[in-house]
Design a protein around this ligand. Structure first.
Ligand code: SF4
Length: 363
């Protein structure tokens, strides 16, 4: 593999890919400037999230926080609110912390070295290399799932690409192939090829700009690379949540669940909830009695909802309970249910709230 795409073949290969990218690249909002802040925000949003899903969030986020300084100065709640619905909220928290660090330690400019970039919260080798190369043309190769698939097909590498030995070989290959004098375009070209031509299923080899250099195409095995990864077995779980309502239709939101997997509500404001092992109602009554000193709750069950988070298949069981007075508990807030959209909440919480709204509109 080391000798493949070497010697005179390498500059020819690089030229073909760069020429194609420069002529055909998609017009994406984060490509409109070389501002490292805009590129960094895009890279963080695009982690585990499709481009189409990111677009509206990206525009709104940049409109509200056009610079590192404006992001650093914002309250975390506002940052999370703009992220609300995009998922994986630790990304937003880290982005916010990193912005503060950049203002405090780098005079508001994204650092220019790999070492300094890696000191920032939420920035790993891939993100650092992507931002530094795309914004500043620092000659660092990037390797994510897309790029790995392209490189593996070009070299006809079989098997699971995430096996450490294979990933190391791919890292070396990415560094060796890097067009060092055009790192920005080069890295984006490889990513673009993986996203629009050399796609996971049904690669479009007949219109591929580097088909002449592709071993997988020559051997007729493009569709077999990479080998499918073994998926983690799905885990089914049931989460019961209670939407407490007082006479003014105000509800209680909490921050510290303590009674279920915290991934579900992403440590954002949520309705009190528990993971149910057998029967929801008695388990909820016990929990509310012990935790909120609320006895004799009349729980009205609402239609359940499905929710998926990575390998978890979750059934959400919403209950509504009318109370004379909402309990005063630490790390909580009380607000009108109709104002739920004014605070950062996860999509699971939105589904639970929608159940209440749906039930009251039918009543
Ligand atoms: Fe991918 Fe096909 Fe191009 Fe090879 S020829 S890089 S498999 S799209």
């Amino acid at each position: 593999m080391k000798t493949y795409l070497a010697g005179r073949a390498l500059p020819q290969f690089q030229k073909r890919l760069l020429t194609w990218f420069r002529a055909h690249q998609r017009d994406l909002p984060w490509r409109s400037s070389r501002d490292p802040y805009r590129i960094w925000v895009a890279e963080i949003m695009l982690q585990q999230t499709r481009i189409a899903a990111v677009m509206p969030y990206y525009d709104r986020f940049l409109e509200r926080f056009p610079t590192v300084d404006s992001l650093a100065a914002a309250p975390q709640q506002e940052v999370l609110k703009l992220w609300s619905g995009l998922g994986y909220y630790s990304r937003a928290r880290n982005l916010h912390s990193a912005a503060k660090q950049i203002v405090a330690e780098h005079a508001g400019k994204f650092p220019r070295t790999l070492e300094a970039a890696l000191e920032l919260p939420g920035i790993g080798v891939y993100t650092a290399a992507a931002v530094l190369s795309i914004a500043y043309d620092v000659p660092l190769a990037v390797l994510d799932g897309n790029v790995a698939r392209v490189l593996a097909r070009l070299h006809a590498m079989r098997g699971d690409l995430r096996v450490p030995r294979t990933w190391r070989a791919l890292t070396e290959t990415a560094e060796r192939l890097l067009a060092r004098r055009a790192a920005s375009d080069w890295n984006q070209a490889l990513m673009e090829l993986g996203e629009v031509i050399c796609t996971p299923k049904s690669p479009r080899c007949l219109v591929c700009p580097v088909v002449q250099s592709c071993r997988a195409f020559a051997e007729g095995i493009s569709g077999e690379i990479p080998a499918p990864r073994k998926k983690r077995a799905p885990v089914a779980m049931t989460i019961a949540a209670v939407i407490l309502l007082d006479s003014k239709d105000r509800t209680l939101l909490v921050r510290d669940p303590g009674a279920h997997d915290e991934v579900l509500f992403s440590r954002m404001w949520q309705f009190p909830a528990i993971q149910v092992s057998r029967e929801a109602k008695p388990e909820l009554e016990k929990y509310f009695g012990e935790t909120f000193a609320l006895k004799k709750l009349t729980l009205e069950e609402l239609p359940s909802a499905r929710h998926g988070v990575t390998f978890r298949n979750i059934t959400l069981l919403p209950f509504v309970a009318r109370v004379a007075e909402l309990p005063a508990v630490p790390r909580s807030r009380i607000l009108a249910l109709k104002r739920l959209g004014s605070v950062p909440v996860s999509s699971a919480t939105k589904k639970l709230a929608a159940a209440v709204v749906g039930a009251s509109s039918k009543a």
